[in-house]
Design a protein around this ligand. Structure first.
Ligand SMILES: NC(=O)c1ccc[n+]([C@@H]2O[C@H](COP(=O)([O-])OP(=O)(O)OC[C@H]3O[C@@H](n4cnc5c(N)ncnc54)[C@H](OP(=O)(O)O)[C@@H]3O)[C@@H](O)[C@H]2O)c1
Length: 285
């Protein structure tokens, strides 16, 4: 497979590039702006990919609310352009396409119900990927963290929490938003396997074991050896703020039926990431 990765330098893109090595070329935002159809043409002319992993997105959720036009351009129209080109499109989407108002986990075939500009444009991007190409693969995931951090959010959640705990000596975190935070290295491996097996349509791929952001933060503090109180609080939506799903937990009956191995547990992935990122207790990195 000759792969083109968009959004190069981002969390997921970096792990995909490491995994695929010489089989992939990864282009950063500066090297390929997917909003520019001419730039997509030039990248296809130069690299002639068989598969495109679209890791580029306008996905700072609060910024999307303020900039709906930019959200639409990058998360929808650019995806349509990529889908029109002669390569299999692997497009990343989000658990936020569901409103999170029910208690059961969301399956791949549940009807989405987006409640933010980010979620709405990501859902429209799914339709762009699937509608403009027959063999696209759309993968929904959630709560991503990886070695490349997350530039648009000032570091990934794990980095932000360890820094904040050391600076402030106490944390507050919502305990009513649940999800499966997912290590991008694990997601990258699953994406590559799904492409090798030529899967199409929608799949849910997340680390195993739903938990709240509060549970996840407590686990981060334990692995980091940071002894600070983590107060559990409820979600409040400020005037004009974003409605984030309380239940962001994804079920994966379709991925299971296709025989795609489950990703490891959230806690195993977190421990592995933190120790290799130099964030565990006693780490020297
Ligand atoms: N992060 C999460 O928790 C999460 C959860 C569910 C789904 N997802 C989805 O998973 C995918 C990957 O997320 P990630 O966390 O790996 O993201 P990331 O680390 O923020 O990387 C995204 C990259 O896309 C680039 N980008 C933005 N606009 C672009 C454009 N018009 N053209 C080309 N590149 C552009 C960004 O560059 P600049 O920084 O220079 O703009 C950034 O390098 C996204 O589709 C996201 O919606 C993420």
């Amino acid at each position: 497979m000759r792969a083109l990765i968009t959004g190069g330098g981002g969390q997921l893109a970096s792990d995909l590039q490491t995994l695929l090595g010489d089989d992939a070329v990864s282009l950063s935002h500066a090297e390929l702006d997917i909003d520019d159809a001419g730039a997509i043409d030039r990248a296809f002319g130069q690299h002639a990919p068989d598969v495109v992993f679209n890791c580029a997105a306008f996905h700072n959720v609060d910024e999307c609310e303020r900039e709906p036009d930019q959200s639409w351009t990058t998360n929808v129209l650019a995806v349509m352009e990529l889908a029109k080109r002669p390569a299999k499109l692997v497009h990343l989407s989000t658990n936020y396409v569901f409103d999170g108002r029910r208690s059961a986990p969301y399956r791949e075939d549940d009807v989405p119900s987006p409640r933010s500009v980010y979620a709405l444009t990501k859902l429209a991007g799914e339709y762009a990927a699937l509608g403009y190409a027959q063999d696209s693969l759309v993968v929904r995931s959630g709560g991503l963290y990886g070695f490349a951090g997350n530039a648009s959010k000032g570091g990934n959640f794990v980095q932000r929490m360890t820094t904040r705990a050391r600076e402030q000596g106490a944390l507050k975190m919502v305990s009513d938003q649940r999800l499966q935070p997912t290590f991008t290295e694990d997601l990258a491996k699953a994406l590559v396997e799904a492409v090798e097996r030529d899967f199409k349509g929608v799949l849910h791929l997340v680390n195993e074991g739903p938990m709240s952001w509060h549970d996840f933060t407590v686990a981060i503090m334990e692995h980091a050896g940071i002894d600070v109180p983590v107060e559990a609080v409820s979600t409040t939506i400020p005037e004009g703020g974003v409605d984030r799903p309380l239940n962001g937990v994804l079920a994966r009956p379709r991925a299971d039926a296709l025989g795609l191995p489950k990703l490891r547990s959230v806690d195993d992935a977190l421990q592995d990431y933190m120790s290799r990122a130099g964030l565990s207790a006693g780490a020297t990195a």
